[in-house]
Design a protein. Structure first.
Length: 180
């Protein structure tokens, strides 16, 4: 379902009311360092956030998809010479330099009444490529296949303006809240 071109955002709209960015009921975001431990940090952040939003019914699926999107961003969307976070010598203890703090990879979670969107931003302009694999014992190459299998839709779009790179997102339909 992940596509490019004018229809790459269509899965955000399919079968659901129009998406109004101003109508987001909850949103959370975190910068992730350019190291593979960030995948675990992204899962923890997602788990805490979804627990706070009382969305336990999709928790495992969302955490799996977040893991795959962040892993892909770290493998394919971060320059090979990207720095790992280190304390800045000119800042207070524990602070990070501005470039690292902005993050090379950023995770966004956005919730509307009937959907949740997980979006991962990275600095690459390359489109994500879903590679069909007949070898299900392979240790890599199945990330977007898993995203497609566990999310209700996914896609990507290039960033413009001051932001550089792309966003890869996954959509999860949420149960309709009970009528009051």
């Amino acid at each position: 379902m992940g596509t490019n071109g004018s229809t790459m955002l269509e899965p955000l709209r399919q079968g659901l009311p129009p998406l109004d960015p101003a109508a987001v009921s909850n949103a959370a975001s975190c910068a992730l360092p350019a190291r593979f431990e960030a995948v675990r940090e992204a899962r923890r952040f997602t788990r805490r956030t979804l627990d706070g939003w009382e969305l336990g019914e999709r928790l495992d699926d969302v955490c799996l998809v977040v893991s795959e999107l962040v892993t892909n961003a770290l493998r394919h969307g971060v320059p090979s010479a990207a720095p790992t976070p280190t304390p800045s010598s000119s800042s207070a203890p524990g602070a990070r330099s501005l470039v690292v703090e902005q993050g090379l990879v950023r995770l966004h979670l956005m919730r509307w009444t009937e959907r949740l969107v997980c979006a991962v931003r990275d600095s690459s302009h390359d489109s994500p490529v879903a590679r069909p694999s007949d070898d299900f014992s392979a240790e890599s190459g199945r990330g977007l296949f898993l995203v497609d299998s566990f999310a209700d839709g996914w896609g990507w779009h290039p960033l413009a303006g001051a932001l550089d790179g792309k966003v890869v997102w996954a959509l999860f339909r949420l149960p309709r809240p009970p009528a009051e």
